[in-house]
Design a protein around this ligand. Structure first.
Ligand SMILES: *Cc1c(COP(=O)(O)O)cnc(C)c1O
Length: 385
């Protein structure tokens, strides 16, 4: 089976990890700061905090922005559940904003309408909006930032799909238009640490809060302590935190992977360009590309034309039978049983639901060979004829 996504591990990656296994530190050694520095330099951002997953990064990001009970977080229904769960972990409520049917990103028009409705009716405005850069293509951050200035919410970019991508003249992760940006390093993503995540920010106070929260609220920094140290062993717990630390084994893999980030994204573009050309005649909607975005191309999603929507399952199964590991990203989060129990219903976000009925993610990863691409193209062509 050709999977829809797969890690790309080189001998250099393996050697770097083995070196850590032979070193003094498996965790809390030099590799985590080195990995953080590589992300800072790449993104052109002041702070990068490595944690054990993007899910954890989203959680500490929300906590650092003081999210709590009574607050609302708004995000896209077409995302992985973690983008919404971070709010629930802080006791806050989730609301969704329907997607733009061209890009599958949260629609800035729908966001503006919903904000105005809430304001006019005296309802709750969001404390945080979490735009998700779906498939690696940036949301329209200038527009979202303008709304944040008008309506007073904070912004966390869920860039789990988007490291190596750009928005206008900025690298994703620069936080030019947001408070915090979060990356995932799960193996199917652009760069991997097996499990891992990073939160970037320009704000030193937010970085300091997130650093405490990932380490059980504990600090060894005398500048932060409430009283003089009893001795060199001394540390203080200042807040209630978690163990969300990344290991040096993971960070070493990340450092090595970061060196080939641009190359990985450029290969993803070459494959996407080939799909664009070879699939153009099929009854499919191919990925739309915004002028302002250079996508990281985490996903290549095709939509069956509307008339074929009822065949999606058959097309999916026929492709799987031919060894093409297609997948569906994502089941709209508001239709998950957990969110239904909170009151969401089918019909709440029609563009997201229409998208879900017709979407297929086809294989796209840097080591996908030309012959495998041929197989994908041939299988899709025959499944749709
Ligand atoms: C993968 C993913 C996450 C969660 O990432 P983990 O590192 O697995 O916790 C969050 N949001 C989106 C959009 C993702 O794709």
């Amino acid at each position: 089976m050709i999977p829809y996504g797969r890690q790309d591990i080189t001998q250099d990656d393996i050697d770097t990890v083995v070196d850590v296994l032979r070193s003094d530190y498996l965790t809390q050694g030099p590799k985590v700061p080195e990995f953080e520095k590589s992300i800072q330099d790449y993104c052109g951002v002041a702070h990068a905090l490595a944690v054990n997953s993007a899910t954890s990064a989203l959680h500490v990001a929300c906590l650092a922005l003081n999210l709590g009970p009574g607050d609302e977080v708004w995000t896209s229904p077409i995302t992985f559940v973690a983008s919404a769960n971070c709010a629930r972990h802080c006791g806050a409520n989730v609301e969704f904003v329907d997607i733009d049917p061209r890009t599958y990103n949260l629609s800035t028009e729908a966001l503006e309408d919903k904000l105005k409705d809430r304001k006019n009716s005296g309802g709750t405005l969001p404390s945080i909006v979490i735009p998700v850069h779906f498939g690696g293509q940036s949301c329209d951050m200038v527009a979202i930032r303008a709304l944040s200035d008008e309506f007073g919410f904070r912004i966390i970019e869920d860039a789990s799909h988007a490291i190596g991508g750009r928005y206008r003249d900025k690298t994703i992760g620069s936080c030019r238009y947001s408070d915090i940006t979060v990356f995932s390093f799960h193996p199917v993503k652009i760069v991997t640490t097996a499990e891992g995540g990073v939160a970037t920010t320009e704000n030193a106070a937010l970085a300091q809060k997130m650093a405490l929260l990932r380490n059980n609220g504990v600090t060894r920094d005398p500048a932060l302590m409430t009283r003089p140290a009893d001795g060199q062993w001394y540390y203080e717990q200042l807040v209630l935190g978690y163990n969300y630390r990344m290991t040096d084994i993971q960070a070493a893999l990340g450092c090595s992977q970061m060196q080939r980030l641009d190359e990985k994204v450029s290969i993803r573009h070459q494959i996407a360009n080939r799909y664009d050309a070879e699939l153009a005649a099929l009854p499919l909607v191919l990925p739309f590309r915004e002028d302002f975005s250079y996508s990281a191309f985490h996903l290549y999603v095709v939509l069956l034309e509307e008339a074929l929507a009822s065949n999606r399952r058959a097309v999916f199964e026929s492709l799987r039978e031919r060894g093409i590991g297609v997948n569906v990203h994502y089941i709209p989060v508001h239709t998950q049983p957990y969110f239904r129990r909170l009151g969401f219903q089918t019909g709440d976000y029609p563009y997201a639901e229409d998208y879900y009925a017709r979407a297929l993610s086809i294989p796209l990863f840097p080591t996908l060979t030309r012959e495998q691409q041929d197989e994908v193209i041939a299988a899709l062509t025959s499944a749709l004829s």
